[in-house]
Design a protein around this ligand. Structure first.
Ligand code: NAD
Length: 255
């Protein structure tokens, strides 16, 4: 592919929550000219976001309900949205759940759920979207990991979350290698503390101050900080970057 076609689409998972990274990413991409397919366990939320994006930016926007931890449901939802979308060149893998339970108290169900949503879910979506990218001549995959993968937690979520997000980095590197010959780049973003509701509810000013104490930038991150990085890594001009993890974390972790 010499250059991205004007009519192109990105799939965004986890776009349902009102104050989340997925929603901000969907807005950022639609504003940049992408048509978008939105997947979330909350079907009503992504359908209504799709309508909002169509009226704000034009272009195609379509939402479908999917529990990303269920392989068959993911296949159905990807087929549903791609049927209406222009060629798919982008995937923003954002859907995820937190897990703040101490290791010795984590039961099997919680362990399995966190791994299934945060890691298997990304794999299930990637596997269904990649054939569309190959048909389109290439693409960009960006999956949301976390600084918790690199620091072993330390902000809110604990062990199964860190394990799942470290898995996302391994998945990213392995797929960068395997999908490179198809002209597909594969990268991860590792956010630090971002002002959303995933860390046990909306952050109070006191919690924001605590979370900021270890940072080099004197504030918690915003969803737009992550959406801007996502927009860059999904863009045509990021084509020489693959297999990387970009920390959007206010300097919390340097590697
Ligand atoms: P959020 O809770 O607002 O968003 C998570 C989204 O995933 C929601 O829309 C939710 O409905 C969806 N989701 C959850 N389970 C799902 C499932 N089984 N199938 C489909 N969709 C499902 O939180 P957020 O902060 O926007 O999180 C987005 C991503 O960023 C997550 O992967 C999270 O782990 C990661 N992250 C967040 C932070 C942070 O500080 N907010 C830091 C590092 C990484």
């Amino acid at each position: 592919m010499d250059e991205f076609p004007a009519e192109r689409s990105a799939i965004v998972t986890g776009a349902g929550s009102q104050r989340g990274i997925g929603r901000a990413t969907a807005h950022r991409l639609a504003r940049a000219g992408w048509s978008v397919g939105l997947l979330d366990i909350d079907a009503t939320a992504v359908r209504s976001l799709a309508a909002e994006l169509r009226s704000a930016y034009g272009g195609v926007a379509v939402g479908a309900g999917a529990d990303v931890s269920q392989s068959t449901g993911v296949a159905d939802a990807v087929a549903e949205v791609t049927a209406e979308l222009p060629p798919v060149l982008g995937l923003a893998n954002v859907a995820g759940v937190s897990s703040a339970t101490a290791y010795l108290d984590v039961d099997d169900d919680e362990w399995d759920h966190v791994l299934r949503v945060n890691l298997f879910g990304m794999h299930y979506v990637i596997r269904r979207v990649v054939p569309h990218m190959i048909s389109a001549g290439g693409g960009r995959i960006v999956s949301v990991s976390s600084v918790s993968a690199q620091r072993g937690g330390g902000t809110y979520s604990k062990t199964p979350y860190s394990v799942s997000k470290a898995g996302v980095i391994g998945l990213t590197r392995a797929l960068a290698r395997e999908l490179g010959p198809h002209n597909i780049t594969v990268n991860a973003i590792a956010p630090g503390p971002i002002d959303t509701d995933i860390m046990g509810g909306t952050l109070s000013d006191e919690r924001k101050a605590q979370l900021t104490a270890d940072l080099l930038v004197d504030r918690v991150g915003t969803v737009d900080d992550v959406a801007a990085a996502m927009n860059f890594l999904l863009s045509e001009e990021s084509g020489y970057i693959t297999g990387q993890t970009l920390n959007v974390d206010g300097g919390l972790y340097m590697h």
